[in-house]
Design a protein around this ligand. Structure first.
Ligand code: ZN
Ligand code: ZN
Length: 279
């Protein structure tokens, strides 16, 4: 495998979460078991094998590698990918791909699907993705991946199997869908993006941003630019029910050790063992 871009990886409950994310550099993520990527600010060679991408917003550090990814899949004779992105961005991204096609002479085959908050995307029988509003400086959304199972409705539980079968044959709906939020990816957002959609706090794995952490950075300014500060995370410490919280998208003005020391010193005990600093 060609190793063209940095990747950090963790495992959680049968899922591999791999990616890289620094503000103004690039953000890209992949969960191979769910067969999807989030954002493509860069396109690691290994990501080409994954056919579905969810883009949160059209900033360059989250989108710039889409043409590379689309072209690579074509070159390797793979199916054209499906790329979900905020609907306002679709016509412009299509034009960019057409312009690249003129320069590169390789066909930019892909399906661009515009999404808006409230939408649902059927990934497979077991998984569905919901789209929610985030707050950034351009049109932006976040995504939650849900595990869904059919479960016998509570009023039928305990009934013998043949009675359930008879009910089913008579046309009665005996089961209902139960959904569990397994992964949430917010992309870049001010705290309002977290607070406006409760499943963000319930997803087993939360991937979010914490671009700033130094006390001297002014919160109002950070929120205006659609980002978060360590203080925003601390103020919500009791709300995170997530099993893992991946904090990413740190500003490039910080050094890794600075971030690790400062953040770990200030995180309360109930977050420390769940937070992963994406460095
Ligand atoms: Zn960004
Ligand atoms: Zn951004």
């Amino acid at each position: 495998m060609i190793d063209n871009l940095p990747l950090k990886t963790i495992q959680h409950k049968g899922l591999t979460i791999e990616g890289y994310s620094r503000a103004a550099v690039q953000s890209y993520w992949r969960i191979p078991e769910l067969k999807l990527c989030f954002d493509l600010g860069g396109s690691p060679w290994s990501f080409a094998g994954t056919q579905t991408v969810f883009v949160t917003h059209a900033h360059l550090d989250h989108l710039a590698a889409v043409p590379v990814y689309v072209a690579r899949r074509r070159m390797m004779r793979m199916e054209p990918p499906t790329i979900y992105l905020p609907e306002e961005a679709v016509p412009t991204v299509r034009r960019i791909l057409d312009l690249w096609q003129r320069l590169d002479r390789g066909r930019m085959q892909c399906e661009l699907i515009g999404v808006k908050p409230g939408d649902e995307v059927q990934l497979s029988r077991e998984h569905v993705v919901t789209v929610f509003q985030t707050k950034h400086t351009v049109s932006s959304v976040g995504y939650v991946v849900w595990d869904r199972r059919k479960k016998l409705k509570s009023e039928y539980q305990g009934l013998p199997g043949d009675q359930i079968r008879d009910l089913r044959l008579s046309g009665t709906e005996v089961s209902e869908e139960v959904r569990i939020p397994i992964v949430c990816y917010t992309g870049d957002t001010a705290p309002a993006g977290l607070d406006g959609y409760p499943p963000v706090y319930e997803a087993q794995v939360l991937i979010t941003e914490m671009t700033f952490f130094r006390p001297e950075h002014r919160k109002e300014k950070i929120h205006k630019f659609g980002h978060m500060h360590l203080d925003d995370i601390l103020a919500r410490a009791d709300r995170f029910q997530n099993e893992r919280i991946l904090l990413a998208h740190f500003s490039t003005r910080y050094h890794e050790n600075q971030i690790r020391r400062a953040v770990m010193n200030r995180l309360p005990e109930n977050l420390k063992d769940r937070v992963v600093l994406w460095l």
